[in-house]
Design a protein around this ligand. Structure first.
Ligand code: NDP
Ligand code: OXD
Length: 309
């Protein structure tokens, strides 16, 4: 059986080494090398599949995303009989927990103000507010949102989450669906977006939604750029409704050098690095799914095409 990897070639080389150690019977290729015969490729792990994927790989059986999201795929070119699997693996979870924890602490412990004070060589203590006074709310209770909340809870932040279907997480107030959204927003001082990008979540974070947060709330955006209406964010930051925004994803990526978000004093931007798949654990997860696929079992992370995630 042949497996094709089509994403960052340096990471591909690490995957190749891990496959050689852990599954030497699988012929592993890194795009554009397809082992001379593309019709032998049965499995593809990609960030972007090749154009016209089924013409290029006529015997493809499974499409794996090398990331947690699948919104980068044009699913109209992938026939229904080819399952699409997002990345579920502990490495990507750990990275996101670290990023969001740092972002929440940045807001809570006044690191925006201290950075400004440092620019002015100003040595001034600000009052420390307890974690209990920052209510954190996470949009999305999947592998990432749940892990983030479980960690933040330990710091003493009052924690809540919002999802499409009802969830129960110890120590976290769970809200669901449109009917739960307003109450969730009204109790949230630090909003974290960890939703997948779908037709239902595209531009969800607009002025109407963000205005439902309490005055002085902050946004941590680690989902996808297209969740957020950036002009609305700028307006709400200007009129003081929102205090800070920490953005790991933007529209477009990279954000153009002259975009006003870059220089906004209450915005922090990182270049889509909140978390990434870790090859060691990702390969383990893909190999487990290959075993499941070969035994006719459902794979972990298989997406539901009607929902889009
Ligand atoms: P999951 O599929 O595990 O979880 C998605 C969650 O979002 C689920 O709880 C789901 O609800 C909820 N959801 C989806 N649609 C809606 C909706 N319309 N209304 C309410 N809730 C909804 O995804 P992951 O946790 O693995 O990843 C989430 C996203 O994080 C990725 O899709 C990607 O966009 C982003 N990401 C960003 C990275 C970065 O570096 N910036 C890195 C990795 C991921 P339910 O539980 O009811 O199904
Ligand atoms: C992902 C990402 O979806 O890195 O994994 O954004």
């Amino acid at each position: 059986m042949s497996f094709l990897y089509k994403a960052d070639p340096a990471r591909g080389a690490v995957w190749a080494k891990l496959f050689a150690e852990r599954a030497p019977d699988i012929a592993f290729h890194v795009w554009p090398d397809m082992g001379g015969d593309p019709s032998r490729i049965r499995y593809l792990a990609a960030w972007q599949p090749p154009d016209d994927p089924m013409r290029t790989l006529p015997n493809l059986e499974v499409l794996f995303s090398v990331g947690a999201g699948v919104d980068q795929f044009d699913l109209s070119g992938i026939p229904q009989h080819v399952p699409v699997v997002r990345m579920v693996e502990p490495g990507i979870v750990e990275g996101m927990v670290e990023y969001v924890t740092h972002a929440v602490l940045t807001v809570h412990r006044d690191f925006f103000d201290y950075a400004e004070q440092q620019r002015q060589a100003c040595w001034r203590e600000l009052p420390v507010r307890p974690a209990a006074s920052f209510r954190v709310g996470v949009l999305g209770l999947g592998q990432l949102g749940t892990a983030v909340l479980e960690r933040l809870r330990v710091f003493g932040y009052p924690c809540a989450g919002w999802s499409r279907s009802a969830h129960r997480i110890e120590g976290v107030d769970c809200y669901a669906g449109e009917e739960g959204l307003d109450a969730f927003l009204a109790r949230t001082d630090i909003l974290v977006c960890l939703l997948p990008l779908t037709a239902a979540t595209h531009q969800l974070l607009d002025a109407r939604l963000l205005a439902k947060l309490p005055r002085g709330a902050s946004l941590i955006q680690t989902g996808r750029g297209a969740h957020l209406v950036q002009d609305d964010l700028l307006r709400l930051l200007e009129d003081g409704h929102l205090r800070y925004a920490l953005l790991d994803v933007t529209t477009p990526e990279p954000l153009p050098a002259d975009h006003p978000l870059w220089r906004h004093p209450r915005v922090r931007i990182t270049p889509h690095i909140a978390s990434a798949t870790r090859p060691e654990t990702a390969v383990e997860s893909v190999l487990e799914n290959l075993r499941r696929h070969c035994s006719g079992l459902p794979m972990i992370g298989e997406i539901d095409r009607r929902r889009g995630y």
